[in-house]
Write a protein that binds this ligand. Structure first.
Ligand SMILES: [Mn+2]
Length: 344
């Protein structure tokens, strides 16, 4: 199977950039997910194999359910170690940007990134990449940035020398960005890659449990509460939404990440096309985080950009509103109305 994605020129350029760099930063977007952390750890592992001083720097906290991955203890948080990180950005020869399409996605780290004299490589699967870089690898049709990192390392000829510390995070990111290979994962290349990763003796069932079977008792109860008390189902639109207030989050001892995946659950209703979550920020008043999920060709990223100041992938997007919850609910209703033709 041909899984090569770089042109001959890109391959040579990338190889040259890495060859001539010694201090390399590997960075990803704020609130890193499995794909951001997985691709960063996988890339750093490859770079260390090439004898480079590679450091993974992330803007802020990443979820507990990723903290078991090999070398995750070496990840440096920008929000905690600002001075050290600013120095790294100054002295780095090369910065590899993973899983984001705009410099604003790295949040507080943006000035350090933009101001760094280092060369840059961007590897991403979001639409419309807008990060200035010497080499841009952008494949919106890819399942994940981890898939791209695999294909690049493969094409650079290093995969036979990679072990578990490469294969585990790459598998993990491909798994999380496809909901455990339940969406955006139909292309045969993906299963070719999984087959290759399994030759490194990774325990894919354990990886699944580490990531998905990690709920607290509070979180299970929150899920039940939201689905029973809060879910609003609109069969005429094949849509559903729910709200989650600050007070409710407090009641269930909400910790960051507890809302993760909640928005996917209504998608299990037969025929549902669009699911929306409205969650009040735990601190800032009138800030509401919006998550959207859709199936098939229904573009929830268009809904996100038109109504919720956001965007994302065709079937998984996010956004934010600055308003009260009743106003946010009104916006959701307007969105259903505006997309009624495609929803009904
Ligand atoms: Mn991703």
């Amino acid at each position: 199977m041909n899984i090569e994605i770089l042109s001959t020129d890109q391959l040579a350029q990338m190889d040259q950039l890495i060859t001539h760099a010694q201090t390399i930063l590997v960075i990803c977007h704020k609130s890193p997910d499995g794909d951001a952390i997985g691709s960063s750890l996988g890339m750093a592992e490859y770079l260390r194999w090439r004898g480079k001083d590679a450091t993974v720097v992330v803007p802020d906290q990443y979820p507990d359910f990723l903290a078991w991955m090999p070398n995750s203890e070496k990840i440096v948080r920008y929000d905690k170690h600002r001075d050290k990180c600013d120095m790294l950005f100054k002295i780095a020869d090369l910065i590899i940007c993973l899983d984001f399409n705009a410099t604003s996605r790295v949040d507080e780290m943006e000035a350090a990134l933009v101001g760094s004299p280092a060369r840059r490589i961007l590897i991403d699967h979001h639409l419309n990449p807008d990060v200035p870089a010497d080499v841009v690898v952008s494949l919106p049709e890819a399942s994940s940035t981890c898939e791209l990192v695999f294909r690049i390392v493969w094409q650079l000829g290093a995969f036979p020398d990679m072990g578990k510390p490469f294969a585990v995070p790459i598998y993990c990111g491909m798994m999380t960005d496809t909901g455990g290979f339940t969406y955006n994962s139909t292309r045969p290349e993906i299963f070719f890659i999984i087959g290759e990763l399994l030759t490194k003796r990774i325990d894919k069932d354990k990886i699944y449990r580490n990531v998905y079977h990690n709920y607290s008792y509070d979180r299970i109860r929150l899920m039940g509460y939201v689905m029973y008390e809060k879910l609003v189902y609109l069969p005429e639109y094949h849509a559903a939404y729910y709200t989650l207030t600050r007070e409710e989050q407090r009641r269930f001892n909400f910790v960051k990440g507890d809302a993760e995946g909640l928005v996917n659950i209504p998608q299990q209703i037969k025929g549902l096309k669009l699911s929306i979550s409205l969650r009040e920020d735990t601190e800032k008043p009138n800030l509401i985080w919006v998550s959207l999920r859709s199936v098939d060709q229904f573009p929830c990223n268009e809904v996100a950009s038109r109504f919720f100041n956001g965007g994302g992938h065709l079937n998984a997007s996010g956004g934010r509103l600055t308003c009260s919850m009743p106003e946010a609910i009104e916006t959701v209703q307007q969105a259903f109305e505006a997309f009624a033709a495609q929803l009904k």
